[in-house]
Write a new protein. Structure first.
Length: 204
């Protein structure tokens, strides 16, 4: 005996029964995909946090035979997708050359260099160069850089005796959002500058 033929009305009823089930499955898949995408963006790629690039632009002019004016230009680029707010920055200028004699009991670059020559493995990441200038800045209201590749340039000026030939310039900008969550953290960059390698007024 042949099975009963399904009439159009029965087919329509069957479709109606499956529609809510299909919608529920689609909703579950959409929620899963959305959660996975959010995880990729905000956990793995950490897009909720600011991302920045620092670049130092150094130049100088001779104010006199005894003093040089050092310009420290800092290009701060927001390469992330959230606003950068800076409340604190530190700029340091350290003397590399000429090398100075060391105090007996203090940390000194000359002693550390001698030790580094004798040992293959370094004990420290950096040498204790003599600090000749430092500037700590507080911004109120915070210095803001918009997301999407916006670039801001900050200028700082220092003076150095003309007998100073080479310096190390270090810049640090605190990441306020991350620092307020616990341990202080930020962006930093450093570069060496030779006052005699370039013509007066040169930039690099």
């Amino acid at each position: 005996m042949w099975p009963p033929t399904r009439t159009p009305s029965r087919i329509k009823e069957g479709v109606k029964e499956w529609v809510p089930i299909a919608q529920a499955i689609i909703t579950i898949v959409a929620v899963f995909v959305g959660g996975w995408w959010s995880y990729k963006l905000f956990i793995e790629q950490r897009e909720q946090y600011p991302h920045a690039n620092l670049e130092l632009k150094l130049s100088h002019v001779a104010l006199s035979e005894r003093v040089n004016l050092l310009r420290v230009g800092i290009e701060l680029t927001n390469v992330g997708k959230s606003l950068i707010e800076i409340e604190k920055s530190i700029i340091r200028v350290q003397q590399i050359l000429p090398s100075l004699p060391c105090p007996k009991d203090d940390a000194c670059a000359a002693k550390e260099i001698d030790a580094a020559i004798k040992k293959v493995e370094r004990q420290e990441d950096q040498f204790s160069w003599l600090l000749i200038a430092e500037r700590e800045n507080s911004f109120d209201p915070p210095y803001a850089v918009e997301p999407g590749g916006e670039k801001q340039t900050l200028d700082f000026e220092f003076v150095a005796p003309s007998e100073v030939k080479v310096v190390r310039v270090y810049a640090y900008f605190r990441n306020e959002k991350r620092s307020k969550e616990g341990k202080e953290i930020g962006w930093d960059s450093s570069s060496y500058y030779d006052f005699h390698a370039l013509a007066v007024g040169g930039t690099r």
